[in-house]
Ligand binder design. Structure first.
Ligand code: ADP
Ligand code: MG
Length: 251
């Protein structure tokens, strides 16, 4: 590998009381790669993602470098501003506002202008906001209130609102949870298309193994708070122990 990794996590650990949720996770992402993070429930995937995003702090000795800078323990707004974007399972949209208004507010916030909300500035953001709304497949719902959107369309909006902030690394923790098979694959296809076009590095947690193998260039398998295996989809597919613990028929 020639490029410098965009993200390096070293010895990321986390305890909840006596319970060890993460027992020293190392992970490096190359710029532009699409990495899937998989593993059984309780493996520590969400905990790890939330430490990368700054929603939780890692335990002593954990370190995370992004774009060559130490971001260990940095607050989430700073990490977001540095270029790590993520969506949340709990919706962060304004539910009574329209899709387009939400996108305008996301653009405004990414300019750092959330408090100086002027009508003129909002109006100027209408066209760029509409462009993102179209890109995520919501043009027909642009004037609809978020409250009236389907679950899948809300996911599209949330993704678009983060995309509008121009992240360098996008974290997606089970973005397709709670969706049917075809909607799931369409949503993932849309998200991967946009991150790939913009050369955004992607780290996604996903249970649907077909989606994992279709969209990841590399896969990290976690179990019990540790990285259990890492490799190309072909390597992971043929990894006997991975098949047993995760992909196996007995799962
Ligand atoms: P995954 O996303 O891989 O399913 P999580 O990172 O959500 O796993 O959780 C890893 C382990 O840590 C689980 O056993 C979970 O119950 C535990 N855990 C997660 N968050 C907390 C918390 N706030 N307090 C106590 N235990 C937690
Ligand atoms: Mg999880």
């Amino acid at each position: 590998m020639s490029a410098q990794p965009i993200l390096v996590a070293k010895n990321v650990n986390k305890r909840y009381g006596k319970f060890v949720a993460l027992a020293g996770v190392d992970l490096a992402l190359q710029p532009g790669e699409r990495r899937a993070l998989i593993g059984p429930n309780g493996a520590g995937k969400s905990t790890f993602i939330s430490i990368l995003g700054g929603q939780q702090a890692g335990g002593p000795g954990s370190s995370v470098y992004f774009d060559g800078r130490d971001i260990s323990g940095a607050p989430p707004h700073r990490i977001a501003r540095m270029g790590i974007g993520r969506t949340f399972q709990i919706s962060r949209t304004f539910r009574r506002l329209s899709v387009l208004e939400n996108m305008q507010s996301a653009l405004l916030a990414s300019e750092g202008g959330a408090l100086g909300l002027s009508a003129a500035r909002l109006a100027a953001l209408r066209d760029p906001a509409m462009q993102v709304v179209e890109e995520v497949g919501l043009a027909a719902s642009a004037e609809h209130a978020v409250d009236d959107l389907s679950h899948g369309d809300r996911k599209r909006l949330e993704f678009g609102m983060v995309l509008a902030t121009k992240p360098k690394l996008f974290l997606l923790d089970e973005p397709t949870a709670g969706m049917g098979l075809s909607e799931r694959s369409e949503l993932m296809e849309m998200m991967v298309r946009h991150t790939t076009q913009r050369e955004i590095t992607l780290l996604f947690v996903e249970h649907d193994i077909d989606i994992v193998f279709r969209f990841a260039d590399r896969i990290t398998v976690m179990a019990r708070g540790k990285v259990f295996a890492e490799g190309s989809p072909a390597e992971i597919a043929s990894h006997a122990a991975v098949q047993e613990i995760y992909l196996g028929t007995g799962h």
